[in-house]
Design a protein around this ligand. Structure first.
Ligand code: ADP
Ligand code: MG
Length: 412
C-alpha cells in the first residue's frame, strides 16, 4: 500500500473533522500498524526467532483530554460508543471490542500511570480477525496515545488551549519495548488471548522498508532491509477452521513434551530454541513420531529464520524465497497446521510470474498466505491467484498488497 503524504494528510484531516463532530475539541492523532510474519512460524512460544514486518494497514486513534474522569471511546469500525469511569474500571473482560482498549488502560494504571479523562476515536483498516493483528494495532495505538498524552490531561491550562502545541516527534521518550510488553499483557490477562510478543513488538518497533528479526527469548532485534521493488502480498483464504484453537494448544503441548524428552540428554535445554538439528538427529529417535516431527519443524524453522535474515542482508531474495517454501512444507507435513485452502493458495502463487517465495503465515488452519512478489508483477499475480482460487473453491479471496511500514507514531 503506497500512501502519498497528501493522502495521509487528508485522512488525518478527515479524522480530525470526525472527532470534532463527535466530541468537539481538536485531537492528536496516532497510528499503529498491523503486521505480517515473513518467516518463523510457531517458533515464538518455543523461545525462538520470528521475522515480522509492520504493514501499511493500521489503526488510528484520535484523542483529546476531557475535564472529567471519563474515558469515552468511539469505534468507527463498529459504529459504537462506550463510556467508562476511570475510578470504576471493569476488572474483567466484557467480550466486547472495548476490552482491547480497557485492557491497555488497566495495565497502564497497574504500572503506576496517572491517567486523566479522554475522548478517543478509533478507526482502523486492518481487516479484523484475518490474522494481520488488528488487535495489537489497536492496543499499541491506544497505549502510545495515552502515554504520549500523559498526565497533561490534568493540566487545565493545556486543556483549555484549542490545540496542544507539541512537536510531531514520534520518537518520543516512550519505551517501545515496555509498551509492547504492556500491550501483550493486556491481551493475555485482560482480553484472555494467549498470544506471544511478536505482534505488539513489531507494531511498536517496525520501520519503513524493514523487516524485523526478533529473538522471542531476549527481545533483542535487528532491522533487515526489504528491497523497495518487492511487495509483500498477503492472500486471505477467507476461511478459519474451528479446530484452530484446540490444535494450537495441542501443538504447544507437543513441543513441551519434546523438550521434556530431549532434556534427558540435554539438561540445559529449556525450550526447543536450545536444541540444534544435530541434537535432534542424535536423540530424536527416542521421541514418539508425532512429537519428533513437531520438534523437527520448530528446530528447522529457527535455523531457517536466521538463514533468511542473512539472505535479506545480502539482498539474496532467491535464497529467501526458497526458505519460505521450505517453511511451508515443514508447516504442512511436519507441524500439520496447514489446510487445503492454504496449500491451494501457495500452489497458485507459485505459478505466477515474479514470485520469490510464498508460504502460509500465522497460526494456520485458514487465514492468510504471504508472497514476496516483484512490484511490476503484482497486478498479474493478483489476477492469477484470485481467478484460480475462486475457480477451485467458489470463494473470492482478499488480496492485500503491502510494503514494510513504520511502527506506532504520531500522525498529527
Ligand atoms: P486479529 O488480531 O487477527 O485481527 P483478533 O481476534 O486478535 O484478530 O482481534 C480482532 C479484535 O480486535 C476485533 O474483534 C475487535 O474486538 C478488536 N479491534 C481491532 N480493531 C478494532 C477497531 N478499529 N475498533 C474496535 N475494535 C477493534
Ligand atoms: Mg490478534
Amino acid at each position: 500500500m503506497h500512501n502519498t503524504n497528501l493522502a495521509v494528510e487528508n485522512h488525518a484531516h478527515d479524522l480530525g473533522q470526525r472527532f470534532i463532530q463527535l466530541f468537539g475539541g481538536s485531537p492528536r492523532i496516532y497510528q499503529a500498524p498491523g503486521r505480517v510474519n515473513l518467516i518463523g512460524e510457531h517458533t515464538d512460544y518455543n523461545d525462538g526467532f520470528v521475522m515480522p514486518a509492520a504493514i501499511g494497514f493500521c489503526t488510528r486513534v484520535s484523542i483529546a483530554p476531557r475535564h472529567d474522569r471519563k474515558l469515552v471511546i468511539h469505534s468507527e469500525n463498529y459504529s459504537e460508543q462506550v463510556e467508562f469511569d476511570l475510578d470504576r474500571l471493569p476488572a474483567a473482560r466484557a467480550r466486547h471490542w472495548s476490552d482491547y482498549v480497557i485492557g491497555v488502560v488497566q495495565m497502564l494504571v497497574r504500572s503506576g500511570k496517572n491517567l486523566g479523562g479522554a475522548n478517543l476515536l478509533v478507526d482502523g483498516n486492518v481487516p479484523l480477525g484475518a490474522g494481520l493483528s488488528s488487535s495489537a494495532s489497536i492496543e499499541v495505538a491506544v497505549g502510545y496515545a495515552l502515554l504520549d498524552l500523559g498526565d497533561r490531561a490534568l493540566d487545565q491550562t493545556e486543556l483549555d488551549r484549542t490545540e496542544i502545541e507539541r512537536p510531531k516527534d514520534d520518537r518520543t521518550n516512550i519505551d517501545r519495548t515496555k509498551l509492547a510488553l504492556l500491550c501483550q499483557q493486556a491481551e493475555n490477562e485482560f482480553v484472555g488471548a494467549r498470544c506471544g510478543i511478536m505482534d505488539q513488538f513489531v507494531a511498536s518497533h517496525g520501520e519503513h522498508g524493514k523487516a524485523l528479526l526478533l529473538d522471542c527469548r531476549s527481545l533483542e532485534y535487528r532491522l533487515l532491509p526489504v528491497p523497495g521493488d518487492v511487495a509483500l502480498v498477503i492472500c486471505n483464504t477467507m476461511v478459519k477452521h474451528s479446530m484452530a484453537k484446540g490444535e494450537y494448544n495441542q501443538r504447544r503441548a507437543e513441543c513441551e513434551a519434546g523438550v521434556r524428552g530431549l532434556s534427558k540428554h540435554l539438561p540445559n535445554a529449556r525450550a526447543l530454541r536450545d536444541v540444534t538439528p544435530e541434537d535432534l538427529e542424535a536423540y530424536g529417535r527416542e521421541l514418539p513420531d508425532v512429537v519428533m516431527r513437531r520438534c523437527r519443524h520448530v528446530i528447522g524453522e529457527n535455523a531457517r529464520v536466521l538463514q533468511a535474515a542473512a539472505a535479506l542482508e545480502l539482498g539474496d531474495l532467491q535464497a529467501f524465497g526458497n526458505l519460505m517454501r521450505e517453511s511451508h512444507r515443514s508447516l504442512r507435513d511436519d507441524f500439520e497446521v496447514s489446510c487445503s485452502e492454504l496449500d491451494l493458495m501457495v500452489e497458485l502463487a507459485e505459478q505466477a510470474e515474479g514470485v520469490y517465495g510464498t508460504r502460509m503465515t500465522g497460526g494456520g488452519f485458514g487465514g492468510c498466505t504471504i508472497a514476496l512478489v516483484q512490484v511490476d508483477c503484482v497486478e498479474a499475480f493478483k489476477r492469477t491467484v484470485q481467478e484460480g482460487y475462486e475457480r477451485s473453491t467458489g470463494c473470492k479471496p482478499e488480496i492485500y498488497v503491502c510494503s514494510a511500514a513504520d511502527g506506532v507514531g504520531r500522525l498529527a
